[in-house]
Design a protein around this ligand. Structure first.
Ligand code: PGA
Length: 253
């Protein structure tokens, strides 16, 4: 049985006050949930504050996710943050290959694979994002696109590396658009991803959590999370409201 995972991706949002309020709200609302694993993803600047708050009584069931890292452990890389630095702050997860990073910051499959490996080398669990654009979906290329993105990491890191990773299917056309993939559309891609991994390693394929992202909200979380191959969610906009995010977490509990 795979434990469900719900991750809040706060993107570039939040002041210190908002970080505090959001963590307090999420911690209080989710305190009684026994099954679901919950992680919050503040900006890199707020990681230290969030780590302190999450370690406090009443919030220590919340895990911490970073939104990005750089693949080198240290050096002359102005403005970047490394995996060992995140690990020192008690970060558990790190998002790699988010479509916003691929598109806006020109991250290639190779760069994503390097980040994936660097995260694991420091004991962090990478959340590897894959997803197709609207044009690619309309061309019927969704499966090919996500499998190519996954294979780039498998080639670089090996299939066994996915044993300590999370996969996130995030169709680009559903991110921040309010247009969620239907439960059938999402389940189909999750199944394709799992079957693809099973060809190389059935144990890895059965064990890995594949979470869905793209306009997840309280109103659609239950039907998405009830699909056989959907093991939780990567939540953007709706993770910025404590009540809404807690309600999503409850759908996974
Ligand atoms: P959204 O973002 O929930 O706002 O669509 C999801 C994501 O980009 O991770």
């Amino acid at each position: 049985m795979r434990q469900k995972l719900v991750v809040g991706n706060w993107k570039m949002h939040g002041s210190r006050t908002q970080v505090r309020q959001l963590i307090e709200g999420v911690a209080a609302g989710s305190a009684g949930l026994a099954q679901v694993e919950i992680a919050i993803g503040p900006t890199l600047l707020h990681i230290g504050l969030a780590a302190e708050l999450c370690a406090s009584k009443g919030a220590n069931h919340l895990k911490l996710a970073a939104q990005n890292l750089f693949a080198e452990p240290e050096g002359a890389f102005t403005g970047e943050v490394s995996a060992p630095m995140l690990a020192e702050y008690g970060v558990n997860y790190v998002i790699v290959g988010h479509s916003e990073r691929r598109e806006l910051f020109a991250e290639t499959d190779q760069a994503v694979a390097a980040k994936f490996k660097a995260a694991q080398a420091s004991g962090l669990i990478p959340i590897l994002c894959v997803g197709e654009s609207l044009a690619q979906r309309e061309q019927g290329a969704s499966a090919d696109v996500v499998l190519a993105q996954l294979d780039a990491v498998i080639e670089a890191a090996g299939i066994e590396a996915l044993q300590s990773a999370v996969l996130a299917y995030e169709p680009i056309w559903a991110i921040g658009t309010g247009k969620t993939a239907s439960k059938e559309q999402a389940q189909e891609i999750h199944r394709v991803l799992r079957e693809h991994m099973a060809k190389s390693n059935a144990t890895v394929a059965q064990g890995i959590r594949i979470i869905y992202g793209g306009s997840v909200k309280a109103a659609n979380a239950t039907e998405l999370f009830s699909q056989a191959d959907i093991d939780g969610g990567l939540v953007g906009g709706a993770s910025l409201k404590a009540e809404e995010f807690v309600s999503i977490c409850k759908s996974a509990d």
